[in-house]
Each structure stands twice: as C-alpha cells, then as structure tokens.
Ligand binder design. Sequence first.
Ligand code: NDP
Length: 333
Amino acid sequence: MTTWGLIGASTIAAEHMTAAFRANGGTVASVLSSDAGRARSYADAHGIARGVTSLDDMLADPDLDAVYISTTNEKHFGQAMAAIAAGKHVLCEKPLATRIDDALTMVAAARKAGVVFATNHHLRNAGSHIAIRDAIAAGTIGRVLSIRVHHAVMLPEHLRGWRLTSPDAGGGVIADIVVHDADTVRFHLGEDPVDVVAMACESGLGQGVEDSCMSVWQMPSGVMVQTHESFTHQYAETGFQVYGTEGAILARNVMTQRPVGEIEIVTSAGRAPLPFADHGLYTHAVALFEQAIAGTGRPGADGVDGIKSLAVAEAVAQAASSGRRIAVDYRGV
Ligand code: NDP
C-alpha cells in the first residue's frame, strides 16, 4: 500500500485527502510546511509521524512512494518537479500551475520519469457525475444541445485568504473553480471547448482578483456551455443541467466536495429520479490513483486533463479581461 508525503499543510489535506489516503490502506508518513511549528502541530493533529520543512528531506525518504501537493498554486510547479526527479508518484492539486507552460513541463517530466501523475479534479469521481455521464452516453436525452453549470457558492470564512487577495498565488475564482467546471464538462462530453467568451468582476470579497465569473464555451460538436462561478453567493444552489433533443438531465447541488445532490431525468415519458452511488469523491480518486501505480488503471484525471482544464481557465481569463472571444490554446496536447 502507498506511503504518502503531504507537500503543504493545507485545509484540503486536513479535511479530505488524509482520510482518503487512509481509507485506501495508505500511510501518511510526513507533511511539509514552510513553518517548523506548523509542520509539527499539523503532524500531531493528524497523526502523521514527521513534520518537516525541507522538501529534499521529505523526498529522501526511500519508503515514500507518492506525494500529494496542495500548497498554494504558485508552488506546485517546483515541488512537483522535485518529486518527479526523486522518482515519486505525484497527485497534484488544481490548477496544476499558475502558468500553462509549467504544467506542460511537469506532465512531460512525469511521463519521462515513468511516475504516475494525476490532477485532483474531484467532481468526475462523484457518483452523481458518473451517472450523468453514463446517461448522456446511453442516449437517454438524445443529442446534447447545451449545458448549464451553476457553481456559484459562498467561500467559507476559513478559506478567505490567498484566494481573494493574491494573483501571484493563483487566487481568483477562475483559477479556483473554472478549472473544475472545465474538467467536469470535458468528462461529460468527451470533447474539449474550442473557444470562449466571458465576463468577470469583484462582487464583494475579491481584493484585486475576480470573485465572480460567467462564461460561454463552444464545443466542437456544437454544444454550447454556460457557466457561472462565484465566491460570493450565499443563497445560490449549485447545479449541472444538460439539455438534449429528447430530454434533460437536471442535477441539483452536485458541484460539491461531498457525495450529495439530486438528479432528475425529464423526457416525454415524464420525470424520474436518476440514482447514483454515494462513495466519497476523494476516496474514489485515490483508489484510481492506486490502481494506476499498480499498473492496472489510470488516474481519474491525469496530467493532460489538468493541462486542458488550465487551458480553458486561461482562455476564460483572457476573454474576461479583453472582452474578446478567445480560442482555447491546448499547446498541441
Ligand atoms: P490552504 O490555504 O488551506 O493551504 C495552502 C497553504 O497555506 C498551506 O500549504 C499552508 O502553508 C498555508 N496555510 C494553510 N492554513 C494555514 C494557517 N492556518 N496558518 C498559516 N498558514 C496556513 O489552501 P487549500 O487547502 O484551500 O488549497 C490548497 C490547494 O488545494 C490549492 O491548490 C487549491 O486550489 C486546492 N484545492 C483543491 C480542492 C479540490 O477539491 N480539488 C479543494 C480545495 C483546494 P504551509 O504548507 O507552508 O504550512
């Protein structure tokens, strides 16, 4: 079973990932923080043997099989490159990097080194989204015409730090949530957005970075996608709606970290609930990562998926700042 090192004493590792590694039989051997006291207290609080401040020390541990990178976004690149050079498998948080060229370099380096590299896009691991994708693929609603993604939330108070203030750390709702929506739409349709238009603004929490965004994406098949992401919407529900020639899939409260929500299929036959599995999203993601390490599968979202979601977010950001329609540049990936 996999022995993990946590690169970053983060909220997501504390709230979701450490439990997901353990649920899959893994051990969390060490945690890296930039602050020695924090490394120690985080290790103690979460039952982790070592709290360290040196990445080289962590990576020198021969028992370490894999690292999970969940520092702020500008640190992912250097830390991933070091881990890959040390021969460790890498599960990296989204966005993979603050610059797409760095993401390309990371993924190419992992491929060359023969290590597993995955992007922690959780939504495609949800039973709800797997059920929606399967219903689309089965032709339940005919040919897909359009998708609406409702992903406006209120950012919890304990996360109101770098996301709202720091472009350098990769703050802003586009880097934070548009990447997830891009991955989810790609997962459902099996195709990549061609070009986008967008508007973004500061709507109450952002300080120098956008905290709300709306965009429209054109897919190669002609499907149109409309998305709404925000950090400032206390009373909004999340949702994912797929409209086809023969029906609709209406999902409520499924753009979330938990295995919750409701899905309804609407066709000429009437309305019916669509059942779905309620496994933990992150536990499922780690299970797929473990299978990839064992050579018996592939990660839920791999490095290329992480590059593509970042490319869509980059296009949305450019469209919002320029007011122009922007072609998504996947850099040949
Ligand atoms: P946090 O702000 O909790 O953690 C980021 C860094 O901030 C940590 O590495 C830590 O630095 C520092 N930090 C955290 N808490 C404190 C504190 N109380 N005092 C001082 N420093 C602190 O970020 P998140 O966990 O929200 O996000 C981390 C990464 O995970 C991002 O890349 C984000 O995009 C991604 N993410 C992904 C999600 C998903 O579902 N896939 C969900 C949430 C986040 P140090 O390590 O140096 O101690």
